[in-house]
Design a protein around this ligand. Structure first.
Ligand SMILES: Nc1ncnc2c1ncn2[C@@H]1O[C@H](COP(=O)(O)OP(=O)(O)O)[C@@H](O)[C@H]1O
Ligand SMILES: O=C(O)c1ccc[n+]([C@@H]2O[C@H](COP(=O)([O-])O)[C@@H](O)[C@H]2O)c1
Length: 212
């Protein structure tokens, strides 16, 4: 390094972790547990950005087309991600989260189509995808009540075919995804991802930015 270069070890460092996966794969459960265990972290959840029912079109069978990026306000989601990237301290404070003295911040982004939206997908440092078999997915989904609730035949008529389509698109465009078995015990899933994220945090801590 030239003697004119300045080490900026104290600069704020940021890590963005993507928890993608099938509907009911366990994304929210894992993301909330990670948030509780990772200091200076927060969660942005894609299902907070669904458009109003009146804005979501129906197909020829009368099924609302919810399992498409078009059903989501991705522009709003991106602007929230960008405000975290600009100033994570302020972002946490605005949400009544208390930043620690630590200069390292972790954003957990979770959702069923997070790796299908290119501008967001480009930002991830780590990508995980929670998968479960068809019958488990169908059973878990049948126990959950969305707003609006799934009409009869919705899982096989819309949710599952769209999952298969979206997954092909994702795998074609995104290498390096770590696939997780969403049937493993919650604690095991949590400890695996948490340890992986902590390793990444250690790597970032050791890394010094040099400005020449
Ligand atoms: N590892 C797991 N094993 C068994 N059930 C789980 C597991 N993780 C989540 N669940 C259950 O599956 C359902 C969907 O979980 P959730 O985290 O809301 O999924 P997602 O956010 O992917 O839609 C919930 O009832 C949750 O308790
Ligand atoms: O949250 C909503 O407004 C909403 C309304 C209708 C349906 N959804 C369903 O939400 C699913 C994605 O969320 P999740 O948590 O199941 O991964 C997706 O499969 C949609 O069909 C979600």
């Amino acid at each position: 390094m030239s003697k004119n270069c300045v080490a900026r070890a104290s600069e704020i460092k940021k890590l963005i972790v993507g928890i993608g996966g099938m509907t009911n794969g366990g994304k929210s459960t894992l993301s909330q547990s990670l948030h509780q265990q990772i200091p200076n972290s927060c969660v942005i959840a894609q299902d907070s950005y669904f458009k109003d029912e009146s804005e979501v079109p129906e197909d020829s069978h009368g099924f609302k087309q919810y399992d498409l990026l078009d059903a989501l306000h991705m522009d709003t989601m991106m602007s929230d991600v960008d405000s975290w990237r600009r100033d994570p301290v302020q972002y946490l404070r605005q949400r009544s989260l208390k930043p620690s003295d630590e200069q390292l911040f972790v954003l957990i982004v979770e959702g069923f189509l997070i790796f299908n939206y290119r501008p967001l997908n480009l930002l991830f440092d780590k990508r995980y995808f929670m998968e479960i078999p068809y019958d488990v997915c169908k059973r878990r989904r049948s126990l959950r009540v969305y707003n609006p609730p799934d009409p009869p035949g919705y899982f096989d008529g819309h949710v599952w075919p769209m999952y298969l389509k979206n997954r092909i698109e994702m795998e074609d465009s995104t290498p390096g995804i770590v696939f997780l078995d969403g049937q493993k015990p919650k604690e095991e899933l949590l400890s695996g991802v948490r340890d992986d994220v902590f390793k990444e945090i250690e790597r970032l801590r050791d890394w010094k930015a040099f400005v020449c």
